[in-house]
Design a protein. Structure first.
Length: 314
C-alpha cells in the first residue's frame, strides 16, 4: 500500500503514518449533499444511524447505515447545532435558535436541560460533552444571535461567550470558563482530567485541567491556527491513541499528536464544521462540511462520546 497517497491524506509528520492514520479508505464517501450548513453529526449505535444538523434549514437529518437512505429526523428543530449522547444513549442537542440545551428521551419527548444562567437567557449553545459522572458541559458563543441565518438575531443578555456545566443531580448551570472570543467545540481527554475547548475567533485550542469539584484551571494554549491561513477551529474529537482530530473549516480535518504537534490533515472539498466517530467499530469518521455529510473508514478508532466506564455503544 502506498502511504503517500495524494488527495485525502496529507502527512506533515511521520507520526501520522506510523500511527496508522493514513490507513483505511482512499477517498471520502459522500453520504448526502443538499444542506445549507451541516454541523453536529452523532452516531446512534442502537439504530445504526448518524444524525446531524442542517442549521439554516432548521432541520435534523439522519443517514441509515444499513440502507444508505437519508431522511428528516426532526424539522423545525430550533436551528440545532452540536449533538452528542448521554450515559443512557439519549440525544443531547444544542439548539441555537431556541437558545437552550435539550435531551431527547427514549419516547421521543424533549426535556430542556438549560436555557438560562443566573436568570439570563443563554446566547446560542453550540457543542456539548458528557462526562462519566453524568454532567453535561457546553459552549455558548453568539453565532445564533448575530443574524437570522442560523437562529434569531438578538442582543446577548449575558454579554459574554462562555463554557458552562450542568450538574447531573441538581440541574444547576455553572459557569466554568470564560474569556473566549467564541468557544466552540469541546471534548474531554480519555481520563477526563482535561477539557479541550476551541475558540473559533481567537484561532486557538485551549486545554484546562478538570478539578474534582467540577471547576477548571485557568487553561493553556494547546494549538494555534495562525500558521495555517485557511484554518479556523470548530469541534474536536479524540482517537484511542490520544491524537486530537479537529474540524478546521477550509483547512480540512487536522490531526494533532498529544504533544500538540500538527502531524497530518484530511483534505475535504468543503469547509469542515464538525466531525464525529461512529460505526460498529468506531472507526468511521463522519464529517459535516458545508452542504454535505461525508465519511471515511479509517485505521484508527475514535473514543466514545460518553467517556470511560459503562457505555451504551455495544
Amino acid at each position: 500500500m502506498n502511504d503517500e497517497r495524494p488527495g485525502l491524506y496529507e502527512m506533515l509528520d511521520d507520526r501520522f503514518r506510523t500511527g496508522r492514520c493514513m490507513n483505511g479508505d482512499e477517498a471520502l464517501e459522500v453520504l448526502f449533499t443538499g444542506c445549507r450548513w451541516a454541523e453536529g453529526p452523532i452516531y446512534l449505535p442502537a439504530w445504526r444511524q448518524a444524525v446531524w444538523s442542517d442549521i439554516p434549514n432548521d432541520r435534523m437529518l439522519r443517514w441509515d447505515e444499513e440502507t444508505g437512505s437519508v431522511g428528516v429526523f426532526r424539522r423545525s428543530a430550533g436551528h440545532t447545532n452540536g449533538n452528542t449522547l448521554d450515559r443512557e444513549g439519549r440525544l443531547i442537542t444544542c439548539e441555537q435558535g431556541n437558545r437552550r440545551v435539550t435531551r431527547t428521551e427514549h419516547d421521543g419527548t424533549i426535556t430542556v436541560l438549560a436555557d438560562r444562567w443566573q436568570g439570563k437567557r443563554l446566547n446560542s449553545p453550540n457543542d456539548a460533552a458528557v462526562k462519566s459522572d453524568g454532567s453535561i458541559w457546553f459552549s455558548d458563543p453568539d453565532f445564533g444571535i448575530t443574524s437570522d441565518y442560523e437562529g434569531y438575531r438578538a442582543d446577548s443578555e449575558i454579554g459574554a461567550n462562555n463554557v458552562y456545566r450542568i450538574d447531573p443531580v441538581t440541574g444547576e448551570v455553572r459557569l466554568v470558563a470564560d474569556c473566549f472570543g467564541a468557544p466552540n467545540g469541546l471534548v474531554f481527554s480519555s481520563d477526563e482530567q482535561q477539557l479541550y475547548v476551541s475558540d473559533t475567533r481567537a484561532g486557538l485550542i485551549r486545554v484546562f485541567d478538570v478539578r474534582d469539584d467540577g471547576t477548571l484551571s485557568d487553561g493553556k494554549v494547546f494549538a494555534e491556527a495562525g500558521a495555517r491561513e485557511k484554518a479556523r477551529f470548530d469541534n474536536l474529537r479524540f482517537d484511542d491513541g490520544g491524537r486530537l482530530w479537529v474540524a478546521a473549516m477550509a483547512d480540512g480535518v487536522h490531526c494533532y499528536d498529544p504533544d500538540g504537534t500538527l502531524i497530518g490533515r484530511l483534505n475535504v472539498p468543503e469547509a469542515v464544521a464538525n466531525i464525529s466517530w461512529g460505526g460498529a467499530k468506531r472507526n468511521r469518521l463522519f464529517i459535516a462540511a458545508e452542504t454535505s455529510l461525508y465519511s471515511v473508514v479509517m485505521g484508527v478508532t475514535g473514543t466514545h462520546p460518553t467517556g470511560p466506564g459503562r457505555r451504551p455503544w455495544r
